[in-house]
Design a protein around this ligand. Structure first.
Ligand SMILES: [Zn+2]
Length: 263
């Protein structure tokens, strides 16, 4: 049984095929899904869907970097969403200096507020980082010291696309590392090198669907049912079996997100 630790619902909701997406996932043995928030609308949709599929789908809630310019620094609504047991993490949020439309300083203010919420609620942080490794590490160094739960990692760097060196620094800060379909791409040798050094108990897999479908579906619409292709690639580069990756990453997700508490 597989767990997709990161996917976005909006697209499936828009097309009216959330039930179909979940059926496809179950047929592919993908029995646990984490639906990622990032705005009031996405957070509410993730929570509503989690309440519809208890024991199969859980939600996260946060404000993503796109909201950073106009953000009014109000978190009351987000705190209310985070108080539901189906909401198992804060995010996604983080720093993205590749897409230049959001000012780095605005992004940092918003990300810091999300890290504060994660520390206060003891719900781990779902982190996006692109071309912002130094600033991400600096902020996470601070956050990892404030994280109150000694029994589990403080966050996950999702859709990891960095080097083995970046991975080591994140592991030192007590983070999980999640690999998406990008690890299966032909030109992703560096990411596969990084995937070799992540300890088994820090590893997660995700689709980040509807984006980034894994090889051989690259360019098509992605969905949680395709997460076994990420597992197969990781199994190859870590010299183990897909079943082992499935089991390890599912146990990790259960522990990291606390999924047993409401299943
Ligand atoms: Zn995402």
């Amino acid at each position: 049984m597989y767990t997709d630790s990161h996917f976005h619902l909006d697209h499936f909701e828009l097309k009216g095929n959330v039930p179909e997406m979940i059926d496809h996932a179950r047929e592919a043995q993908v029995n646990r899904l984490i639906a990622i928030g990032g705005s009031d609308e996405a957070n509410a949709l993730a929570l509503k869907t989690a309440k519809t599929y208890p024991g199969t789908l859980w939600a996260t809630a946060g404000y993503d970097r796109d909201l950073s310019p106009g953000w009014d620094r109000e978190t009351a609504r987000l705190r209310e969403t985070l108080s539901h047991p189906e909401v198992v993490a804060v995010g996604e949020s983080g720093l993205d200096y590749f897409h230049k439309q959001n000012d780095p300083e605005d992004q940092k203010i918003l990300f810091e507020a999300m890290l504060d919420l994660a520390a206060q609620t003891a719900k781990p942080m779902i982190i996006h980082s692109r071309e912002a490794e130094d600033d991400t590490l600096a902020m996470l160094t601070n956050f990892s010291k404030r994280w109150p739960d000694a029994d589990r990692p403080c966050g996950v760097l999702h859709c990891f696309t960095g080097s083995a060196d970046f991975a080591r620094k994140l592991l030192d800060l007590n983070l999980m590392i999640s690999f998406s379909g990008i690890v299966t791409f032909k030109n992703a040798a560096d990411i596969r090198e990084a995937a070799k050094i992540v300890p088994a108990d820090r590893l997660l897999i995700e689709t980040d669907s509807p984006y980034l479908a894994p090889h051989p579906f690259r360019g098509e619409r992605n969905q949680p049912a395709l997460v076994p292709h990420v597992a197969a690639c990781l199994a190859e580069c870590r010299e183990t079996t897909p079943e082992d990756i499935a089991e390890t990453t599912t146990q990790n997700a259960i522990r990291f997100f606390g999924l047993h508490s409401i299943a």
